[in-house]
Design a binder for this molecule. Structure first.
Ligand SMILES: *Cc1c(COP(=O)(O)O)cnc(C)c1O
Length: 419
């Protein structure tokens, strides 16, 4: 079959898939610019339609008119716990275990220190050598601070290391989805292996929250963190979140003992008494405008079943892989993302030695993905707003670029600060 015929066939399939998509109507809950194919929602989610109005209200009515009264009148005080519970509903956490605020890195620091403190006498902090850089840097710093050692063990080997040396592991810190390749790992199995060894399990959900049906309570996770600006679409720099399983809350001894985590914050005491429950995981005055933007963004999930999000995410990534196999064959790409659905998150990554200029040329055409050094082209699919037609359009335009050599133009060689 020639190229044009294949393209036609994929076109017909993409139209049929979009017509039968039970989540198609959810795309209207996002304000996507005309003529853009957005496959970078795993870095910065698109703008939910509910956000601009919520921000206008937060600025003019709540802040401008309500002034400081809004801490009570608009319940700003409860926002970190209210938004935390809204995130919790998407990650399998019953209410009262999730708090929103600060960045993933800050939440990681808090959770790792608290976890190591819960396992005195154990000297190892297990983490992934392929983990997102900030997770590794924070782990190293926590280890220096508390006098433990970081052991870097790839996710696929972590279970056997836990079985052999787990008696000395305080906490295992992993991600359910590899941020580069999109490979997914079995959260239940790794959590069980950590517990078998008496260790605690901390999950970084940055690439899972809002994309996969995470079941924190059901798998027995101890702690989890994640950001609000990727699949959750809370906006640039959106607050992150921290989950502390209820059974640990009474003994959760976090290092950043800010006054908002105090049992009686307006008693203005000179020493710290932690609040009961998840409230003790609060730190200090949160960025309310961002928090209220995230709260509005999460309404995009109203009435949406995470099982449907997962099913569509897998169908989209599977369709992407099929299109890439058929239309990019012979142009030097190799697949970095597993084919088996259960081993795949919600993104497709391709390797190519010219990854940077190829992505730059795509972006210039309005097809937005990103690249991760040294050679990965990364395409995230947020099932809430990405269509099958988007996926085909991306692969078709990538074919056009690579087959004409468009990406070799000098304007695509200069690297920006953010890739
Ligand atoms: C995106 C991401 C982060 C980002 O951390 P910030 O503190 O929000 O900058 C951390 N960890 C993982 C696994 C990520 O994917």
């Amino acid at each position: 079959m020639d190229f044009a015929q294949r393209l036609k066939e994929f076109g017909a399939r993409s139209r049929a898939l979009d017509a039968a998509d039970p989540l198609a109507h959810v795309r209207e809950r996002f304000l996507l610019p005309e003529g853009v194919v957005y496959l970078d929602g795993n870095s910065l989610g698109a703008l939910p339609a509910a956000v601009p109005g919520a921000l206008t209200d937060a600025v003019h009515r709540q802040w401008g008119t309500g002034l400081i009264r809004s801490w009570n009148d608009n319940d700003w005080w409860s926002a970190p716990l209210r938004v935390g519970d809204a995130v919790g509903a998407l990650i399998g956490a019953a209410p009262g275990q999730t708090v929103a605020g600060d960045s993933t890195s800050v939440q990681l620091y808090n959770a790792l220190v608290a976890a190591v403190r819960l396992r005195p006498g154990r000297s190892l902090l297990l983490t992934d050598p392929d983990h997102f850089p900030t997770d590794q840097y924070i782990a190293d710093s926590v280890a220096r601070l508390l006098g433990v050692e970081v052991r870097r063990v790839p996710a696929r080997e972590a279970r056997s290391v836990l079985a052999a040396e787990g008696f000395d592991v305080a906490v295992a810190a992993y991600a359910p989805v590899d941020y580069r390749t999109g490979e997914a790992y079995d959260m239940a199995a790794l959590t069980a292996a950590a517990h078998e060894a008496g260790a605690l399990m901390l999950w970084d959900l940055c690439h899972a929250a809002g994309a996969l049906p995470v079941r924190l309570d059901a798998v027995g996770a101890d702690f989890a963190v994640g950001c609000g600006y990727k699949y959750l679409s809370g906006g640039p720099g959106a607050p992150a979140f921290l989950y502390v399983a209820e059974r640990h809350q009474g003994s959760f001894d976090q290092p950043l003992t800010g006054w908002h985590g105090h049992a009686d914050p307006f008693g203005m005491h000179g020493s710290y008494t932690p609040a009961p429950g998840i409230g003790r995981a609060r730190i200090s005055t949160p960025p309310l405008l961002s928090l209220l933007a995230l709260e509005a963004a999460l309404t995009a999930y109203d009435g949406v079943d995470m099982a449907d999000v997962r099913a569509k995410g897998l169908a989209l990534t599977g369709f992407f892989q099929e299109c890439a196999d058929a239309l990019l064959d012979g142009f030097g790409f190799t697949a970095a993302t597993p084919r088996e659905p259960e081993r795949r998150g919600s993104q497709v990554a391709l390797r190519h030695p010219e990854a940077y200029p190829l992505v730059a040329a795509l972006v210039a055409r309005g097809v937005i993905g990103d690249m991760r050094a040294p050679d990965l082209l990364r395409f995230g699919v947020n099932a809430l707003y990405v269509s099958y037609a988007d996926v085909l359009d991306c692969v078709r335009q990538l074919h056009e670029i690579v087959s004409t050599g468009e990406h070799r133009e000098p304007r695509f060689q200069q690297r920006s600060t953010v890739t």
